[in-house]
Write a protein of this length. Structure first.
Length: 620
């Protein structure tokens, strides 16, 4: 490829990157070449018209949007034959999905000299808008630029689910029109529903738009914003780090799900319903009562948490749905179904909704029976008013554990939550469901046991059995091959990993964080299962450890020298530590004490100024 200096000479083609859109993001070389070119062939509306204003008067402009490859090449050959210089203007950087290979081959065959002038890619304009760094110490040091397979195929080894398994930063081009497939591919790679995802439309243009959400919500938000092209999709650990930095002033938070109050709304519609609503509110502390204003009574003037409404019940129901975590609707079921239908999202995000008849005889769990708590609420309401709870979820009817609630009280974190329905269906239908559990409480196991629920003692044994579905409860991440054997798998990560830490005085927090995360990742342990950081009392005031725990939200446990010294049989005793502190180690004994066990999961790992060991707390 021609790599001579870019001074203009007769008969030459320049492939020039026009940048993402903002004319001020043109390189100086690109601006100079545009200003001196005889002919400019540009990529239609994808190139900002302000970029073309740098062209000199009298230069020829050709929009390539409607031109076939042969026409474009013929135009270049004709211009070069006349001794003219042509700028072939591509968006972003021409080497990234620029479709220049075919043009270069044609020019090679014609003996035409050409050069490539790089530009600013929309990938980097988008991350600049998001205010993130794609390479994070302790997070990821790799950036993947790719696309979803469409009319242009993608090699099997580069399928999105395969690339996503690296957990690196990814920027996806030419894929926003297939956002549902993107979401499915990310789910197939093991990303959880709460994985943050950002979409940037026309990065750096005046009408730039930013949509942020999670794997569970991003597709619907993209559709609501009517984005189908000219956008990149960003998936990166940096999005978790940035918090609210993702909000763009050009887009704001209009599509964000409102923050719901941890409260119950009791909504009545009729005079009889208002009477039952007052009775129920007296027995449900802090519940908000909504009554039609025409049914107000004198005593209501002093009733706390009372809202009298004169608007339609639709407005009341939909507003309460957005503001509260639970609703008790004292009215006909059909009314609730019709009026809430437009605002329903999913069982993972909707509040629990219970319908109560106005005489209080039946409390029906209508929406979000498990995760939203409607089943529990229906039982509670029925007890308070002397009625009967009506539950229709099959697992409750059959005494089967609710997989979307497993470990909820113990802080288990669900991964692959998109498979909850598959696992629940297998349990309910009597299909084989395998279980691997090496952490967390066992109290969820049904009594009497279910014949189709079978325990296995390893990932390999469970994968070889190849049941219809699987439940994994562990502080470890299952290998990718496991999910290929049993795709319908839900993973729970209980808080069970005690991380023992020792460090030299003055060690920075970031170095400590990086050592801990690297130890977890290299041993295939789940970050979500981190229970606590443990160390000796001599390190209780260590600024780096305290700062690491504060910024990461980790709890810290310290042990006295006597407790540390009492731990026997350390696999890696340290004479140096003994001379300094009078004990044979810090990381290993601290991890064992915090986990209340006598066996390490990961023996001491040595870093420049930090030591890390891991033990698992198995009781419960």
């Amino acid at each position: 490829m021609e790599r001579q200096d870019c001074s203009l000479s007769s008969g030459r083609v320049f492939f020039v990157g026009a940048g993402p859109g903002d004319p001020e993001l043109l390189t100086l070389k690109a601006q100079r070449l545009i200003a001196q070119a005889d002919v400019i062939l540009y990529a239609g509306s994808l190139v900002n018209a302000e970029v073309l204003q740098h062209a000199r008067p009298g230069s020829q402009m050709h929009d390539s949007a409607g031109m076939r490859l042969e026409e474009q090449v013929a135009l270049m050959r004709s211009a070069v034959a006349r001794g003219q210089t042509i700028v072939r203007l591509h968006t972003g950087d021409p080497s990234i999905f620029g479709a220049i290979k075919e043009q270069m081959h044609a020019l090679d065959r014609a003996g035409i000299v050409y050069s490539i002038v790089p530009g600013v890619s929309s990938a980097f304009a988008a991350t600049a808008t998001l205010g993130i760094e794609l390479t994070l110490p302790g997070g990821t040091q790799t950036v993947i630029l790719s696309r979803l397979s469409g009319r242009t195929p993608v090699p099997d080894s580069e399928r999105l689910r395969e690339l996503a398994a690296h957990r690196s930063s990814m920027v996806l081009f030419l894929s926003v029109g297939m956002i549902d497939r993107v979401v499915e591919e990310l789910r197939a790679s093991g990303y959880g529903e709460d994985t943050p995802v950002a979409v940037v439309y026309r990065a750096s243009w005046p009408d730039e738009l930013v949509v942020r959400g999670t794997l569970a919500t991003v597709a619907s938000k993209v559709r609501a914003a009517e984005i189908s092209h000219q956008a990149v999709i960003v998936i990166s650990p940096a999005l978790e780090e940035s918090g609210t930095a993702l909000t763009s002033h050009l887009y704001g938070t209009a599509q964000d799900t409102p923050e719901r109050k941890e409260s119950t709304a009791i909504i009545a519609l009729t005079r009889g319903g208002a009477k039952t609503g007052r009775r129920l509110q007296q027995r449900m502390l802090l519940a908000e009562l909504y009554l039609p204003a025409r049914f107000a009574q004198g005593e209501d003037a002093t009733r706390p948490h009372l809202n009298l409404y004169t608007v339609s019940v639709r407005q009341v129901l939909q507003s309460a749905f957005r503001e509260h975590t639970a609703l008790v609707c004292i009215m006909a079921t059909g009314i609730v179904v019709r009026e809430l239908a437009p605002v329903l999202g999913s069982k993972h995000t909707d509040p629990g909704v219970v319908v109560l008849d106005e005489r209080g005889r039946y409390a029906i769990s209508l929406l979000s029976g498990h995760k939203g708590g409607a089943n529990v609420l229906a039982r509670r309401v029925a007890d308070l008013v002397g009625g009967c709870a009506v539950l229709t979820t099959s697992s409750d009817v059959q005494g089967i554990p609710s997989v979307d609630l497993l470990g909820q009280d113990e802080g288990w974190i669900i991964r692959r939550g998109q498979r909850l329905t598959d696992v629940s269906a297998a349990l309910v239908n009597g299909d084989s469901v395998g279980v691997f559990q090496d952490a967390g409480g066992r109290g969820w196991w049904p009594d009497p046991p279910l014949e189709n629920l079978v325990r296995y003692d390893s990932f390999d044994a469970l994968a070889q059995a190849s049941p219809k579905a699987a439940i994994v409860i562990s502080g470890r991440r299952p290998p990718t091959a496991f999910f290929e054997a049993v795709p319908a798998t839900v993973v729970y990560h209980p808080p069970c990993l005690a991380i023992g830490v020792g460090c030299k005085r003055g060690t920075q927090a970031q170095e400590i964080i990086q050592a801990i995360l690297e130890t977890l990742d290299s041993n295939n342990l789940a970050r979500e299962s981190l229970l606590c950081i443990a160390t000796t009392e001599h390190k209780a005031d260590e600024a780096g450890i305290l700062e690491a725990c504060r910024t990461q939200g980790w709890s810290l446990e310290t042990f006295t020298s006597e407790q540390i010294a009492a731990v026997q049989g350390l696999p890696n005793p340290s004479p140096r530590v003994y001379r300094a502190l009078g004990v044979w180690g810090v990381a290993e004994p601290a991890a064992l004490l915090a986990a209340e066990t006598d066996a390490l999961l990961v023996e001491k790992q040595k870093y420049a100024h930090v030591t890390v060991a891991v033990a698992v707390r198995r009781k419960g």
